[in-house]
Design a protein around this ligand. Structure first.
Ligand code: NAP
Length: 253
């Protein structure tokens, strides 16, 4: 936390799950550049979280990093409560925390199925469930859930991941229908291949194959996804809800 002089009631507050690395990190920085006070959670990477906290503080907004497991409802509720206490009511919620545990279904350990669903899908539920009441009371809010093109088209060896990401789309569209009348928007961003730690471990062969099927002939950057998040968070996206935005260099064409 930095600079407590700011009037909490005047500031806009954004919250990002899985903010310490990758797309979530880029979203934290972009929203801070947009002038939001930003809180974010991470699973275990305290060093990355601290570094980001300092970087955000340098941008002149307030920030808060909280260690919280999105799969655990109590942990998320504590994260949200801490955010509201420190920064004020949440205007924007971005759910980026996510994991992969790839395997053909035949070899899928039960544990990997459940872990991916728990983090990726329950994680979105836990965050949205915890912020929605305050947003309804204030009659405004923007929720941006990070899915994946795998959730739209499927992907071999990713039945668990694709199911969780398709679940996010159904969840978000239903939520958009439920809370639109309260001035709350809920949208989905579905990235293709983005250069982060998540894709860093892919084999060169797989990356080469992917590049050949991406019309733009490159992987995306986390900052490009964060630009879209920034747009959807802001009033520039004020008439958009229940939409799924693919940001994938054309890989699904
Ligand atoms: P990443 O670089 O691996 O970062 C994952 C982030 O999620 C980290 O901040 C990590 O925290 C956090 N996290 C993981 N499990 C968590 C948990 N249980 N509780 C709280 N935080 C947790 O991933 P990424 O590539 O940025 O992906 C971000 C989102 O985009 C994910 O939902 C992913 O499925 C989606 N996506 C990514 C791509 C891609 O190509 N990269 C494509 C489509 C969709 P720690 O730093 O503490 O580990």
């Amino acid at each position: 936390m930095t600079d407590t002089d700011t009037d909490i009631s005047e500031s806009r507050v954004a919250l990002v799950s899985g903010g310490s690395r990758g797309i979530g990190r880029a979203a934290v920085l972009r929203l801070a550049q947009d002038g939001y006070d930003v809180s974010f959670c991470y699973q275990s990477n305290e060093l990355a979280a601290k570094e980001l906290e300092n970087e955000v503080a340098d941008l002149g907004v307030r920030t808060l990093a909280v260690k919280a497991d999105v799969a655990d409802g109590d942990s998320v509720r504590a994260f949200i409560a801490e955010t509201e206490q420190a920064l004020g009511s949440i205007d924007v919620a971005v759910t980026s925390a996510g994991i992969t545990r790839d395997n053909p279904l035949l070899m899928m350990p039960d544990e990997d199925w459940h872990q991916v669903i728990d983090v990726n899908l329950d994680g979105v539920y836990n965050v949205c469930r915890s912020v929605i009441f305050e947003m309804m009371k204030r009659k405004s809010g923007s929720i941006i859930n990070i899915s994946s093109v795998a959730g739209v088209y499927g992907n071999a060896t990713q039945t668990n991941y694709a199911a969780s990401k398709a679940g996010i789309i159904g969840f978000s569209r239903s939520l958009a229908k439920e809370v639109g009348r309260y001035g709350i928007r809920a949208n989905v961003v579905a990235p293709g291949f983005i250069e982060t730690d998540m894709t860093a471990g892919l084999s060169d062969k797989l990356k080469k194959q992917a590049l050949q099927s991406i019309p733009l002939r490159r992987l995306g950057r986390a900052e490009e996804v964060a630009d879209l998040v920034s747009f959807l968070a802001s009033d520039r996206g004020s008439y958009i809800t229940g939409a799924v935005f693919q940001i994938d260099g054309g890989i699904t064409l």
